[in-house]
Unconditional design. Structure first.
Length: 164
C-alpha cells in the first residue's frame, strides 16, 4: 500500500469520508447521519477504518458489521486517484482480520453487478458469488451480487464411527 496507513475512523473524519463517498457513489452515497450511526456501533458490532496519506489526506475507508459469528462488509471506498495502489486490498485485509478476531465464521458483502474491479478484488480474496439482489442499488436499478467468504469451518456435527 503506497505509504498510506490505516487507523480507526473517527467522527472528525466524516467530512473527508463524505467527499470520497460522493465521488465514488454519486447516485447512492451514504449520508453523514448513516456513517454516524455506524460509528456509534464501534466497537460492539462495528469496525470502521480509514486509509490516510502521510500528508493527512484520507484516501480510503471501510467498515464491517459483525454479530453472532457472521460479518458483513458494509462499505469499502478508495479515491479514484489512489486506485490500483493496494489500498483496497489493505482495507479488505483489515476487515477480514477483524472478522477473524471476533470469531466470525463467514464474511458476506454486496457488490454492484457493474463493478468489475471490485469483483476481481473480492474474488482474489476468496469470495464466491452466492446470490443476487435484484435492483438493489437505487436509483440506478443495478443488481447487487451477494458474495461470501468462509473464515473457518465448523467441525461436522454428529457421531463418528469407531472400529467395530
Amino acid at each position: 500500500m503506497s505509504e498510506a496507513v490505516l487507523r480507526p475512523m473517527a467522527d472528525a473524519d466524516l467530512p473527508a469520508v463524505q467527499r470520497l463517498e460522493k465521488e465514488l457513489f454519486p447516485e447512492d452515497a451514504w449520508s453523514e447521519a448513516m456513517f454516524l450511526e455506524e460509528l456509534a456501533g464501534c466497537p460492539a458490532t462495528r469496525h470502521y477504518v480509514v486509509a490516510q496519506d502521510p500528508d493527512g489526506r484520507l484516501v480510503g475507508y471501510a467498515g464491517l458489521a459483525a454479530v453472532a459469528g457472521q460479518a458483513d462488509v458494509q462499505t469499502i471506498g478508495v479515491g479514484t486517484a489512489r486506485r490500483r495502489s493496494g489500498i483496497g486490498a489493505a482495507l479488505l485485509t483489515e476487515l477480514l482480520d477483524e472478522a477473524a478476531r471476533r470469531g466470525c465464521e463467514a464474511v458476506f458483502l454486496e457488490v454492484r453487478a457493474d463493478n468489475a474491479a471490485a469483483h476481481r478484488l473480492y474474488e482474489r480474496f476468496g469470495f464466491v458469488r452466492v446470490g443476487v439482489r435484484k435492483r438493489y442499488y437505487q436509483p440506478a436499478n443495478v443488481d447487487a451480487i451477494v458474495m461470501r467468504r468462509e473464515l473457518r469451518r465448523r467441525p461436522a456435527a454428529g457421531f463418528t464411527r469407531g472400529n467395530q
